[in-house]
Ligand binder design. Structure first.
Ligand SMILES: Nc1ncnc2c1ncn2[C@@H]1O[C@H](COP(=O)(O)OP(=O)(O)O)[C@@H](O)[C@H]1O
Ligand SMILES: [Mg+2]
Length: 284
């Protein structure tokens, strides 16, 4: 009886959530939001793991990793987790790949190799879409972290499908102009396709994040209102305007939470509000 309750307690406690920042367009703020959101969760006492799933590695470069040409990355871990690809396995250990930042965030970095992921797994018989999901399960990452944040690539291929199949929820940063709507529709179509495949549960929509909202452009507010109508029921987070503080902080590889001065307070508040909404959506 006692042990039953005990194991119940552990399993409900150790159920970290996995979220991703996605948009097939580049330059919309996926990496910026992922990095700052990770630090917002950290400041709330959460144990955070970041996974960089963009072959360009911008997310990884925001962490102060010492340069090491031989450093292995998420690609090696993913390939090693596919039995059928035994011939391509490398001696890679997850603890050697995980980088621990000074602030206390863990990162599984990306690397150029990841751009060949789609081709590398093209011939396998197993579910190509579930490689990341199974990797997270195999290493029991949900029991080691409260939040796992994945930064997505600006594409719509197999990497994106793997991310969407592995996560509990997705945040969609976008620049609210006339061209943003199609991009958001395209990724929703991929989510829809995954739902129809019935191979895994469908990720929740944790909301859209209007970014680089241009308050000086007269048409901007109208554009955003029109886009909001097309987004329907989903949450739309408070818009981020063009903020020099992002450039300044990222140049130092710091989040907005690193700074005490008043000019960062508003951005800190916005990210804290976002974590609260995300927590609510994930647990509803
Ligand atoms: N609200 C913002 N204000 C100012 N600069 C921003 C803002 N959002 C993003 N940026 C900058 O724009 C560039 C692209 O953002 P990034 O997060 O890398 O986009 P993505 O990951 O979608 O390609 C980065 O240099 C980033 O610092
Ligand atoms: Mg990026």
């Amino acid at each position: 009886m006692f042990s039953f309750f005990k194991s119940e307690q552990v399993s409900s406690k150790n159920q970290g959530r996995v979220i991703a920042l996605m948009n097939q367009k580049g330059g919309v703020g996926k990496t910026t939001m992922a990095f700052n959101l990770a630090h917002a969760f950290l400041h709330q006492g959460k144990k955070v793991l970041c996974i960089d799933m963009d072959p360009q590695g911008n997310f990884s470069s925001l962490f102060d990793m010492p340069h090491d040409e031989n450093r292995k990355n998420i690609h090696h871990l993913l390939i090693n987790s596919v039995k059928e690809l035994k011939a391509l396995h490398t001696p890679t250990f997850i603890n050697d790949v995980i980088f621990k930042s000074e602030e206390g965030i863990d990162l599984i970095p990306s690397g150029q190799e990841l751009s060949g992921f789609e081709l590398t797994v093209a011939g396998i018989n197993g579910a190509r879409q579930l490689i990341l999901k199974k990797f997270i399960e195999k290493f029991e990452l949900r029991s080691q972290y409260d939040v796992i944040i994945i930064d997505g690539p600006p594409t719509l291929g197999l990497l994106v499908v793997n991310i969407l199949c592995a996560v509990d929820g997705v945040l969609y940063p976008f620049v609210p102009d006339r061209f943003s709507e199609q991009g958001l529709k395209n990724i929703q179509q991929v989510v829809q396709d995954i739902a129809e495949m019935e191979i895994t549960s469908t990720p929740k929509n944790l909301g859209y994040i209007p970014n680089l909202f241009d308050t000086r452009r007269k048409q901007a507010a109208t554009d955003l209102e029109q886009i909001k109508v097309t987004l329907g029921e989903a949450t739309v987070h408070e818009a981020f305007t063009n903020k020099v503080q992002f450039g300044k902080s990222l140049a130092q590889r710091k989040s907005v939470f690193h700074f005490k001065s008043n000019e960062y307070k508003d951005l800190q508040r916005q990210f804290v509000a976002m974590t609260e909404t995300v927590n609510k959506e994930l647990h509803s």
